[in-house]
Design a protein around this ligand. Sequence first.
Ligand SMILES: [Zn+2]
Length: 285
Amino acid sequence: MKSLTLNEPIKINGIGLHTGVKTTVTLNPAPLKSGIFFNRTDKSTIIPARWNKVISTKFSTNIASNGVEVKTVEHLLSALAGLHINNCEILIDNIEVPILDGSSNVFVKSILKKGIKEQDSEQKILEIIKPVKFSCNYGYAELTPNLQKEEGLNINLESSFEGKYKDQDIKITNLNGNYVETISKARTFGFFQEIEYLKSQNLIKGGSLDNAIVIKDKKPLNKEGLRYDDELMRHKVLDVVGDLYLSGYPIIGTYKGFKTGHFITNNLLKELFKSRDNYKIHKIN
Ligand SMILES: [Zn+2]
C-alpha cells in the first residue's frame, strides 16, 4: 500500500474529556517519512506519536516530549490507523485532544470529506514474527503472527465487566477495510458508580452523556441507547487500534487480550520492541 497523507488541512474544535479544556486540532498533510506527530503550538514542542513517549495510561493514553504533554491521543490515532494515514502533522493548541462524540467517527468523517492523498512510496508495515505477551494482575494481551497469513490486524478481545454489564467477546478478523463502519462509531463508556471516583481524581471534567456512554444497572443512561449491541467491546477495539498505532506502523498480526486497556497495550508494545527478533519491518505491495 502507498504512503498516505491528507489532501488539505482539517480543523476540528472540541473539549477534552478529562481536562474539560477547549482545544483546536488541525490535521495537516505531511511529507513522506514524517510519520504521525503532534505539534503543541502553544508550547512550540513536537511530540512524536510513539510508544516510548507515553507518560501515563490512567483512563487515557498521554504522551509527552520535554515535559510538554498531549492527553487522550488514542481516538485520533485510531482514526488515522483505521484510514491507513501514515504521514500527518497534528497541530494542537492545548493539552488534550477533543473527545467530540466519544468515538473516532468525527475525525474519520472529516478526513474522508476532505480526502486522502497517496504519496510516492510504499508504506512500511510491522509484521509480528514471534509471540509477545504482557500480563498483569487483572488481565493480559498478546501479539502473535497471523495463522492464515492475512495481511492485516486481527483483534480478539474478551472482557469481564464484573457484573456491571453483560460480559462480551469480540472477534475482528482483518480489521483493514472494516474500521469505518464497524469500529469508528463506538463511543467511550463508563460506569455510573465510578463517576464520583473519577471526578475525585480530577478526571472527566469534560465528560457528559454527549460524549460517553454511562452504564447504570447494566443499561445505558443515554436516551438514544447504544449504536451497536456490543458497542462497549467495539470501543475497546477502537482503543486497541489507536494504542497499537503508537508502534509507528500498521501491524500485521493478531492481538488477543482479556480486560485490556491503555496500560496493557502500551506495555505490550514495550515487550514487542525489546527484541528485533519479535518483528519484521517491510513493505507490501
Ligand atoms: Zn477510548
